[in-house]
Design a protein around this ligand. Structure first.
Ligand SMILES: [Zn+2]
Length: 274
């Protein structure tokens, strides 16, 4: 599933193709996405110029002056700009024809993604507030972070996956961040020292920044907004490396299930200690 670095890469790729353009035509396929597309939105969107494209957590937001489009890639979503001449691939559910020779296409094999229109930025912010979307990892306040950890009996893996505590981290970057911080994924939030909390905060930023530099991870269907794959999957240190030697200490990487998700870690580098 695309996480923050993949979504950020899509946004950065799309930005130069979308800003200043407008939608000349919108074509929706017959199959519904997680939230069905409404034809009623098209009147609000057609002819509106794209002012900006932004990311919040794992969400993409397109500012069209007044209306906003909110996009989630779900499990297998691909959001790309391509020449209108290029044949449309199967599973292309939405096509926004731009006022140049290009098309913005939303393709999603499993259809857990969505593209939804909101009448204003305020209504969009209401949705984030209703869902309790937490702060961006790059803007985490150290006191807030320490207090959030101290307030919970849950393990670190579950905390990192919780979008209300910090937005944008998913299964891959949770595992990679815990390795970076040398912290065992089953440690309880409340048990962390102030120093460990700080180390983890820096590790998250470090791992996400490195992943954005590599254009994210292409392990299944993920591609950037220009159709190019990411490279971070070649640099995973624990995720998906069960049984392979740790790159630091050669101990076999272990896999357990936590918070319902496969969790990879080095039993030696991430030893539980007081
Ligand atoms: Zn190790």
């Amino acid at each position: 599933m695309p996480e923050l670095p993949e979504v950020e890469t899509v946004v950065r790729d799309l930005r130069p193709h979308l800003v200043g353009r407008s939608f000349a035509k919108i074509t929706a396929g017959r199959k519904a996405l997680r939230r069905p597309w409404s034809r009623a939105w098209e009147g609000q969107l057609l002819g509106q110029r794209v002012d900006s494209i932004q990311r919040r957590g794992k969400w993409i937001m397109i500012d069209l002056g007044k209306p906003w489009l909110l996009v989630h890639l779900g499990m297998t979503g691909q959001f790309t700009v391509t020449s209108a001449q290029m044949p449309r691939e199967t599973h292309t559910h939405l096509v926004f024809t731009l006022d140049d020779a290009n098309e913005l296409r939303f393709r999603d094999i499993r259809r857990f993604g969505s593209v939804t229109c909101y009448p204003s930025r305020a209504t969009l912010d209401d949705v984030f507030a209703e869902n309790g979307l937490g702060p961006e990892p790059f803007d985490l306040d150290a006191d807030y972070w320490r207090a959030s950890l101290r307030a919970t009996q849950r393990n670190l893996k579950a905390i990192l996956l919780d979008q209300t505590i910090v937005a944008g981290v998913g299964n891959i970057y949770a595992d990679e961040s815990l390795f970076e911080a040398s912290l065992h994924p089953t440690l309880i939030g409340r048990a962390l020292t102030a120093k460990q909390a700080e180390t983890l905060q820096h590790a998250i930023v470090e791992v996400l920044t490195r992943a954005i530099d590599r254009r994210g991870s292409s392990i299944r269907d993920y591609i950037g907004g220009s159709g190019l794959k990411g490279q971070m999957q070649d640099e995973f240190r624990v995720y998906g490396r069960t049984g392979a030697p740790c790159l630091r200490c050669r101990t076999s990487i272990a896999k357990i299930t936590l918070a319902g998700r496969s969790t990879h870690f080095c039993p030696k580098c991430q030893r539980k200690r007081m």
